[in-house]
Design a protein around this ligand. Structure first.
Ligand code: PEP
Length: 255
């Protein structure tokens, strides 16, 4: 049996006003499972992160707070960017890196993803590395598929000693914000290909420790089955994470 503790993260994107953020935290207070069984996180807009960390500590809510994006430099002249060192300083746990929406709308590349992954790890943060592309070309016969470009290029500079702290979020572009998730067969196949790619890059032992999340139209209706797949160790949830009840239901499915 896998020793990987499932990790379920809500990606709030550019949603919620401050009062809604506080209401959400109050709604989930006392309702999250033991973090030894399931780790829970929320990725929110930068302006809320500091207060979310403080409130979740005060209210004793076992939730990790994540940024949705991060810069690769710890400091300097990069107007409008957020430093990984500053995130670590306020006890943020990590950041999503290379989400499909950033690749598509803000021209992020595998190269910039690589710099950001290295920067987060250097600062003791967990990078949630989003993979959106080639894995979506599902081919059940292609068991020996080459390492995914996004992994091969995006993670090439990562120190093997730190690689087990990476989390991969498999989010096929066409399933994000869509009406339904891919079949279980597609998700399971992608999970295997991703783990194989990680093993080529970092060794099988390290690959077996890295958590792979699924993301893209995950809902309370399909989460249990997805979480039951061998190579899937959690979820990255967009829309369904905005409602506390739906989010809690999906978190509990990970137990
Ligand atoms: C996402 O964009 O990270 C995501 C998973 O979105 P949704 O769940 O809304 O498809």
């Amino acid at each position: 049996m896998s020793e990987r503790v499932p990790l379920v993260i809500g990606n709030w994107k550019t949603n919620k006003k401050v009062a809604e953020v506080y209401d959400f935290l109050q709604e989930i207070q006392g309702k999250l499972p033991d973090p030894k069984k399931v780790e829970v996180g929320i990725a929110a807009q930068d302006i809320y992160l500091h207060e979310m960390v403080k409130r979740s500590k005060e209210l004793d809510i076992p939730v990790s707070v994540f940024a949705e994006n991060v810069h690769w430099a710890d400091e300097g002249s990069y107007t409008g960017e957020t430093s990984p060192a500053a995130l670590a300083d306020i006890d943020v746990s990590g950041s999503i890196v290379g989400h499909y929406e950033r690749r598509k709308m803000f021209k992020e590349t595998n190269g910039s993803v690589g710099l950001k992954v290295t920067a987060t790890l250097r600062n003791g943060l967990v990078p949630i590395v989003a993979i959106a592309e080639d894995a979506t070309h599902y081919n059940p016969d292609d068991e020996d598929m080459a390492p995914l470009t996004e992994i091969a290029v995006g993670l090439a500079g990562v120190d093997k000693a730190k690689a087990e702290n990476i989390v991969i979020a498999y989010e096929p572009a066409w399933a994000i914000g869509a009406s339904e998730a891919p079949s279980l067969e597609i998700i399971e196949h992608a999970g295997k290909v991703i783990r194989k790619s990680l093993a080529i890059l970092f060794t099988q032992e390290v690959a077996d420790k890295i958590r792979i999340q699924y993301g893209g139209s995950a809902t309370p209706e399909n989460s249990k089955e997805i979480l039951g797949l061998e190579d899937i160790d959690g979820l990255l949830i967009g829309r369904a994470s905005l409602e506390p009840a739906a989010f809690l239901s999906m978190v509990n499915d990970a137990i």
